[in-house]
Design a protein around this ligand. Structure first.
Ligand SMILES: C[S@@+](CC[C@H](N)C(=O)[O-])C[C@H]1O[C@@H](n2cnc3c(N)ncnc32)[C@H](O)[C@@H]1O
Length: 277
């Protein structure tokens, strides 16, 4: 379908999206923490290099709890994100507080199914074992999943599985006031109308400039903003928006990974690290 037509159809859905979001936000439906999957993990990868990499990450990053309590898709997604983050920050020293603790926030976490990957990267990147305080925040947390649990119910379960110090809250990050963070991450933030509509988020909440401003303002000087974008075009937009803010680019790297549930969908993804001035 031509992009203009796709956008047109998406715009027709916009009023329904606004109404749906309003209703969910008023209802605040919850059935308590969602149960986590426990699918068997044998034969997760066909190719030997992917198998070997997954085994290495599993051993080095304490992925036992996740492996025992996840679906195959969620385990692969965590492996892929961990793989991507490690490559992105290879050779760099992760910022941490004077007490050695890393304080981090993830903006727009969705169901936070990757909480373990993010926590393990923050705790172990470059060797050692740091204390981590990681908080995930999501605007549209009350959406209903097929199992009758809300997105927040799932996110809280994933946060708990990720370990001590990991939590989740439903919140609009454009209005967040956080104490100074060492790391703020954004995985696939909405920078365009099309991405926002495709995900089902109301257009009235699309405020990329404000979102990035809050993310940067939440960092201490020297802290890292870590962003993953779907495409090079999105990354170019990110670069323009961040050009207005007190950060300098430290590194970019492809985020494609053979470990992802659908590796072909990660082709073209771009990850970047920006340091707060
Ligand atoms: C493309 S999704 C990515 C979700 C998740 N980071 C992931 O990688 O699976 C972008 C998410 O950002 C959330 N979002 C958008 N604006 C937000 C805001 N102002 N505050 C918090 N979350 C927001 C959306 O609701 C959506 O869940």
């Amino acid at each position: 379908m031509p992009p203009v037509l796709r956008l047109g159809l998406g715009l027709l859905r916009a009023p329904a999206l606004e109404l749906g979001f309003l209703l969910r936000s008023c209802l605040c439906w919850s059935r308590g923490e969602a149960p986590l999957g426990d699918e068997a993990k044998h034969g997760l990868f066909d190719a030997a290099p992917a198998q070997a990499l997954a085994a290495r990450l599993g051993r080095g990053f304490e992925l036992g709890p996740l492996t025992a309590r996840s679906t195959r898709t969620i385990l692969r997604s965590n492996l892929a994100r961990l793989d991507g983050l490690l490559r992105l920050a290879d050779g760099l020293q992760l910022p941490a507080g004077a007490d050695g603790t890393v304080r981090a926030a993830d903006f727009g976490s969705g169901d936070f199914h990757y909480a373990t990957a993010l926590q393990r990267w923050l705790a172990h990147h470059g060797g050692g074992r740091r204390q981590v305080v990681l908080r995930g925040f999501e605007l549209d947390g009350h959406g209903l999943y097929r199992d009758g649990h809300s997105r927040a119910d799932h996110a809280r379960a994933h946060a708990r599985l990720a370990g001590d110090g990991v939590s989740f809250a439903v919140a609009d990050c454009t209005a967040l006031r956080l104490p100074p963070q060492d790391v703020v991450s954004l995985f696939f933030p909405f920078l365009s109308v099309y991405a926002c509509l495709a995900w089902g988020t109301p257009l009235s909440r699309l405020r990329p400039r404000r979102l990035l401003q809050r993310a940067v303002a939440s960092l201490r000087p020297g802290g890292w903003l870590v962003v993953v974008d779907q495409t090079a075009a999105e990354f170019a937009k990110l670069e323009r928006l961040l050009g207005e803010l007190p950060v300098r680019r430290q590194r970019t790297a492809p985020f494609a990974s053979d470990l992802a549930p659908e590796p072909e969908r990660t082709t073209g993804q771009v990850a970047s690290i920006w340091v707060r001035c």
